[in-house]
Design a protein around this ligand. Structure first.
Ligand SMILES: Nc1ncnc2c1ncn2[C@@H]1O[C@H](COP(=O)(O)OP(=O)(O)OP(=O)(O)O)[C@@H](O)[C@H]1O
Ligand SMILES: [Mg+2]
Length: 433
């Protein structure tokens, strides 16, 4: 079980709950299981719990022959290693910072909520798993690149504040974002498919960040749902530049345990080209949009199969998973996800224009729905108004009738009084004569 800040408080949930330390999630991250298979296994697990059987996830995975014993062992070993690593890190004292709670766990490190004492501000504090950091060249490069990224400042980027080392551990601190990741939003959406207008808006805001840092010749290299956060007010914050990953990808290869699946990697990156530019980020953003809209990454399989698919296999038709997607949406996806960077959007301006048109069309659709809603409210109000008018007329008519009656009564009274006066006058005159 975890508390409101995400701190793991129950060791059982620590193993079985959501997050990178969870057996199922680790298996998915390493391409040993698809997200769909994991969902099915969890459903079976819940059904068995209802029958009082309490089968473990591993047991179900093995029975269904989704993974081998050996693969399960690898995941358990990684799980153990990560758990120990996280506990060690949480006990460490980092000069100038107070660790408050755990925010999450990624392939490359643990992220903590912390307070930077000198500035008295909340920060997200990422401590890298030290087993990945073995060579000097890597360490130098990590610090250097973190410093370059630290100079960037844009409202759609998570600001990097500080980079450093404590004992064997390398860390960097960054702006703390009080919000959710796109990965969370996808998980929570109906059928894991986000509303088109919302997904496209997230894409536009992320593109603003790309448009800003590309002028510094910087390439993010790791745009994906878990690296895009949304604040409570809807502001997109892109974080976690892949400066750490780029080197590790090459060193360890994609079968390296817990490095994460390359679901969003551009073909030129997958082929190990050195001279990638911002167009690789456009591809990753396209792959992220594909996931937001269809509820699944483009390709399934082991990391190496997925990598290969990014270089060769055409984009699977998104309408297989969401038939209602318009031609315009599919066309934008196709152009963002061209294998050859030269065939991708020629410039960011035209991509902005196409995304904005999509967002406006879908926002207009949403507005039309609202109009329908509004018109039915108006219709109801009109019916009420005419009923009111009818009532008012009836009341008026009744009042008029009553008035006419009282006028008639007055006349009658007048006539009667007149008659009386006339009669008395007649009597007096008659008596007088
Ligand atoms: N700046 C931040 N502010 C608040 N929470 C954050 C911040 N950065 C990361 N997190 C939280 O920490 C979690 C783990 O992040 P992390 O980057 O380690 O994982 P990841 O993106 O899944 O993997 P990778 O190591 O490949 O980047 C995120 O899902 C998010 O919930
Ligand atoms: Mg990340």
């Amino acid at each position: 079980m975890s508390d409101a800040t995400g701190t793991v408080t129950d060791p059982l949930e620590y193993r079985e709950g959501r997050g990178a330390l969870d057996f199922g999630m680790l298996a998915v991250r390493n391409g040993l299981l698809t997200a769909e298979q994991l969902d099915q296994c969890r459903a079976k697990q819940a059904a068995s719990a209802n029958l009082g059987e309490n089968r473990t996830l591993k047991d179900i995975i093995l029975t269904d022959r989704l993974m081998t014993e050996e693969e399960c062992l690898r995941v358990e070993r990684a799980q153990q290693q990560l758990t120990q690593d996280r506990e060690r890190k949480q006990d460490l004292k980092f000069k100038g910072y107070e660790i408050i709670s755990t925010l999450g766990e990624g392939g490359l490190g643990s992220v903590f909520k912390a307070r930077q004492v000198s500035m008295n501000r909340l920060v997200a504090f990422k401590v890298l798993h030290n087993q990945w950091i073995s060579d000097d060249e890597f360490r130098k490069r990590f610090v250097l690149e973190a410093r370059i990224v630290g100079k960037l400042s844009h409202q759609n980027l998570i600001q990097v504040y500080d980079v450093g080392r404590e004992g064997d551990y390398y860390y960097f601190s960054m702006e703390f974002v009080d919000g959710r990741t796109v990965e969370d939003l996808i998980r929570e959406a109906p059928r894991k498919q986000m509303e088109v207008g919302r997904a496209v808006d997230i894409c536009i805001q992320t593109l603003r960040a790309i448009n800003y840092y590309k002028d510094f010749d910087i390439v993010h290299r790791d745009i994906k749902p878990s690296n895009i956060m949304i604040t409570r007010s809807g502001l997109v914050k892109l974080g976690d530049f892949g400066f750490v990953k780029s080197k590790l990808d090459k060193e360890l290869g994609y079968e390296g345990m817990v490095l994460g699946t390359p679901d969003y990697i551009a073909p030129e990156q997958a082929m190990g080209k050195d001279d990638v530019d911002y167009r690789a980020d456009i591809y990753s953003l396209g792959a992220t949009l594909y996931h937001m809209l269809t509820g699944r990454p483009m390709y399934d399989g082991t990391p190496s199969k997925v990598m290969l698919a990014h270089t060769r296999t055409p984009m699977p038709d998104p309408r297989t998973y969401r038939p209602s997607l318009s031609d315009d949406v599919v066309n934008v996806l196709m152009r963002m996800l061209e294998k050859d960077p030269n065939k991708r959007y020629a410039n960011i301006t035209s991509l902005f224009a196409d995304l904005e048109a999509l967002r406006d069309a879908h926002t207009a659709k949403a507005a039309t729905k609202y109009e329908i809603g509004k018109s039915s409210i108006m219709r109801a109000l009109n019916i009420e108004k005419s009923r009111h008018n009818e009532m008012a007329e009836k009341i008026k008519a009744a009042e008029a009738k009553a008035e006419a009656a009282s006028a008639a009564a007055k006349v009658a009274w007048g006539v009667a009084a007149g008659a009386c006066i006339a009669a008395v006058t007649f009597l007096i005159l008659w008596l007088a004569t």
